[in-house]
Design a protein around this ligand. Sequence first.
Ligand code: NAD
Ligand code: UFG
Length: 336
Amino acid sequence: MSILITGGAGYIGSHTCVELLDAGYEITVLDNYCNSCPEALERVKKITGKDFKYYECDIRDAEGLDKIFKENNIEAVIHFAGLKAVGESCQKPLEYYANNIGGTLTMLEVMRSNNCKKIVFSSSATVYGAENPVPFVETMKTGTTTNPYGTTKLYIETILQDISKADDQWSVVLLRYFNPVGAHESGLIGEAPSFPNNLMPYISQVAVGKRECLSVYGDCYDTPDGTGVRDYIHVVDLAKGHVKAIEYVMPRTGVEIFNLGTGNGVSVLELVKAFEDANNIKIPYKIVEPRAGDIAYCYSNPEKAYKVLGWKAEKSVKEMCEDTWRWQKNNPDGYN
Ligand code: NAD
Ligand code: UFG
């Protein structure tokens, strides 16, 4: 019996592979490497000292998926595979809908035909939209998404809820991530974007000298220092949340939603300062116009995950900054 990890070579997937292997699970990984490379999986083997099979496969390839299910006796899926760049999704909505939603539909059909009906899905805090007050709680009505990427998350959540309503054998956990940052403390795996769209990767690329200066998107929000406030969560804590989610999904049926966040809001300037202090590096920045679609505040109420899963985030902002920097300085060009 094995857990299938789709998109397992990616940033969150690779860290989750480490935690699952450390917890004693057997895993099988698939990825089409459109935003990752197999080297990340080799490093997962190095960190854990454990072996597992991985396949180059696209979630839109039903035949390829079916072969993986048949060869590996898959009992549950953790579904990370998807495109995730908010800006790009506005330019290429069709690609995002086809890949994220089309791919998920194909995979769900293959799961069903192999009688595997347990899934943990990577959703996002973006589904709370701009209308809900912080902290976001799972019982809130989902909001209006502002980009096709966010809409794919909302639709996939709805699809999983619908199939579960129609067939009570499905067991679904929807994990709404807040802002994952940091890297494994070994410095062997981490986030390696070719262009950094998110704040922490941008800061670390400025630190390593690949970018000159951070642009802070607006200082006129209604927040203590005027910059956007987010709930940064260490990727290793997030990965451990998936081990708890798998334990939860296995013996049950039905749908459950969990926020994976710390519950603490940190502003852009606070994160810059934390990175500077933790690593003794100056990060030059300039204030520029706000980025379209951004909201002032986004942070979680993480109580449900603690009460029901027994999970809470443990790593500090300082550790997030130190671990990001260790990964970045040891791997200035990512896995290349
Ligand atoms: P990532 O890009 O590093 O990982 C996604 C992986 O999926 C990549 O390895 C990519 O090659 C693979 N992939 C994409 N399309 C595929 C396809 N059609 N077939 C097979 N593999 C495919 O991103 P990540 O940060 O690790 O995110 C993982 C998941 O978590 C994504 O679904 C993302 O939307 C979600 N998420 C991420 C964040 C974040 O800030 N990183 C926040 C909320 C939700
Ligand atoms: N920011 C900057 N400069 C940058 C990048 C970001 O000032 O170069 C600011 C943003 O304006 C925002 C904060 O830093 O205030 C965080 O921005 P990120 O791009 O790092 O993260 P977001 O909160 O915008 O988005 C993330 C994920 C999305 C997910 C969303 C909600 O990237 O996938 O959280 O969970 F949908």
